[in-house]
Ligand binder design. Structure first.
Ligand code: SAM
Length: 223
């Protein structure tokens, strides 16, 4: 019997919820959500009525122990985040680790996550790749980028739209003018786009075009 389900939810298109995700969300004792309002809307859309409890980065450490106790007592839990796969640049890692350490059964369902479609849509080599998640905003940011200068695998970054141009410019400085990259925006949504080019081309494009929405940057590795 599974104690903790990690349940991916759509990153835009609501049709991307899986049949198994629906089945699990209907069956558990309660659902842990990053934002109970966001998840509440999804559950309403799916016509699922299960108790919701908040689980976010600010209370992660404190609640983990209590949740492990409840699972040990026999309760089944599903963890969801606002979008995509929990624990991937989202809260969840601490709970998964604590559950495993307590010999509880953890089961992560496969499902939506932004970096896989971004990587495949980029048309950059995908036989080997590194997922870098979010870069630090200030401290350690430059070092993190510089440490990737010799990386030969395709690199994937999560980024917010208002930092996109700064990041592309820093990438150009570190990785050079010829490096290919792709900016994937609003994946699975109506205005999805995947813009490919060299880093200088992308810098020029996003200097001209201010954008909104959610973004994944994929950068080719060093040749
Ligand atoms: N757990 C999520 C996953 O599995 O992809 C990631 C959560 S993280 C807090 C949010 C970031 O994921 C966004 O800033 C963006 O970089 C990326 N992202 C999420 N949805 C996206 C989408 N529809 N299109 C492009 N990027 C997306």
């Amino acid at each position: 019997k599974t104690d903790l389900y990690i349940v991916p939810t759509p990153i835009g298109n609501l049709k991307d919820i899986t049949l198994r995700a629906i089945e699990v969300l209907k069956s558990v004792d309660f659902i842990l959500a990053e934002d109970t309002r966001t998840t509440g809307r999804l559950l309403k859309h799916l016509e699922i009525q299960r108790p919701l409890q908040s689980y976010h980065i600010f209370n992660e450490h404190k609640t983990v122990e209590r949740l492990v106790d409840r699972m040990k007592a026999g309760e089944q839990i599903a963890l969801v985040s606002d979008a995509g796969t929990p624990a991937i640049s989202d809260p969840g890692f601490l709970l998964v680790r604590a559950a495993r350490e307590a010999d509880l059964l953890v089961n992560c369902l496969p499902g939506p996550t932004a970096f896989v479609p971004a990587l495949v849509n980029s048309a950059l080599p995908n036989d080997r790749f590194v997922f870098e998640g979010f870069l630090p905003h200030k401290k350690g940011r430059k070092t993190r980028i510089e440490n990737l200068m010799e990386e030969t695998r395709t690199m994937i970054f999560y980024e917010s739209p208002h930092r996109l141009l700064k990041t592309l410019t820093q990438f150009q400085e570190a990785f050079g003018e010829d490096r290919l990259a792709c900016v994937s925006r609003e994946l699975t949504k109506i205005y999805e786009e995947n813009i490919r080019g060299t880093l200088p081309e992308l810098v020029a494009y996003y200097t001209e075009n201010t954008i909104k929405g959610e973004i994944v940057i994929t950068v080719a590795g060093k040749n």
